[in-house]
Design a protein around this ligand. Structure first.
Ligand code: NAD
Length: 327
């Protein structure tokens, strides 16, 4: 392909993907299924890899989420909330593992976790008191949802220790709550939510916290932003400590010394996926050693020390409807 043709294809892909991103991230009303988005996004990445001189700052490959457009107050994330690289085959996971080994000079342990299908949430504590909850937004600027997160039952308002801490995790709507909510909405003649992820995002990003309170949202916390404040050296220790502090931490995790265990984990959860009470769209591999994570650092969009393996799309998905937009 010549450069001119690549340029034309890239401009079209950027326009199309940015339109999908806006609908998905700021309106919680996706125009297409995730698998359609993912396929086009992979096309864009491949073209950009072939023609790196054609990468522009407004390319979806350079952007995290979207600028929040709601009436909620804005919050600046001192440490950006990034996206995550993803792969779709075991061979690509092996390539990731090789890259990590080459970068650090030796094999590493990974903490393997489920990839929860919700939206990222930051929680800030001062002296052990919850003082702020916010969404990811465009990674640098998110939305203040403090009053809303105070209504979520498994988020501790007060920690057992007077810590200054920022933790991050996934806010999601359990499958049963999603089914009940859509049922009610259908009976009331209201538009239904496309999927639990969009229902969670629409419910958390409400101006009226009383509406959020009725939506039965839940969380799994998976990151501590300032691990030095809780004296942990690995991701697995951080998750243990966060469990002790009262956070809801997903128990389906393990430390893997090689990729064989990861292969079995993928097979297990791809099978069990439908039976879990919450949605997952893949698994996540994280370099376990936090010092190595620091050393590996981030690109503009994703940490280099973690990767998501995405499951193939689920067959039965609710038809995508236009949904309410109340904030
Ligand atoms: P992502 O959702 O694929 O991955 C990053 C996110 O994973 C993190 O921000 C975090 O919220 C979440 N996560 C879940 N479990 C985690 C764990 N254990 N550890 C760490 N993080 C965990 O990335 P993204 O950039 O937010 O969005 C891309 C996704 O959104 C793709 O799946 C894409 O299909 C979808 N999307 C769909 C449309 C559409 O129109 N349908 C548009 C844009 C994006």
């Amino acid at each position: 392909m010549d450069q001119q043709t690549a340029q034309t294809q890239l401009s079209q892909l950027r326009l199309e993907l940015n339109r999908y991103r806006k609908a998905y991230y700021t309106e919680d009303a996706p125009l297409v299924e995730d698998s359609v988005y993912d396929q086009k996004y992979q096309q864009l990445l491949q073209l950009e890899q072939q023609f790196p001189e054609l990468v522009t700052p407004d390319s979806p490959s350079q952007l995290v989420g979207d600028v929040p457009a709601s009436n909620l107050a804005k919050v600046t994330h001192e440490i950006p909330m990034l996206s995550m690289g993803d792969v779709f085959s075991f061979a690509e996971l092996q390539e990731f593992n090789e890259r990590i080994k080459n970068a650090v000079g030796h094999p590493v342990d990974y903490n393997v976790e489920l990839k929860i299908d919700g939206l990222a949430l930051s929680l800030v504590y001062q002296q052990g008191q919850l003082v702020q909850g916010s969404t990811r937004g465009d990674g640098s600027i998110g939305e203040d949802v403090t009053n809303n997160v105070r209504t979520i039952k498994n988020i501790p308002q007060t920690l057992p220790e007077p810590l200054d801490l920022e933790v991050r995790g996934e806010c999601f709507m359990p499958k049963a709550a999603f089914a009940k909510l859509n049922n009610q909405r259908e009976q009331n003649g209201e538009t239904v939510f496309a999927n639990p992820r969009n229902a969670a995002a629409g419910s958390l990003r409400q101006l009226n916290a009383q509406i959020t309170a009725q939506r039965q949202l839940s969380t799994f916390i998976y990151t501590v932003v300032n691990p030095q404040n809780i004296a942990v050296a690995t991701q697995s220790q951080a998750l243990e400590k966060m469990t002790q502090l009262g956070y809801h931490v997903n128990p389906e995790r393990f430390v893997s010394h090689d990729l064989q265990g990861v292969k079995a984990y993928i097979a297990k959860y791809q099978q069990l996926r439908d039976q879990l009470p919450y949605g997952i769209d893949g698994i996540v591999l994280k370099v376990n050693d936090l010092t190595l994570q620091q050393q590996l650092g981030n690109t503009v969009k994703v940490p280099r020390w973690e990767i998501a393996y995405k499951f193939p799309p689920e067959e039965a998905q609710t038809t995508i409807h236009q949904i309410e937009w109340t904030v």
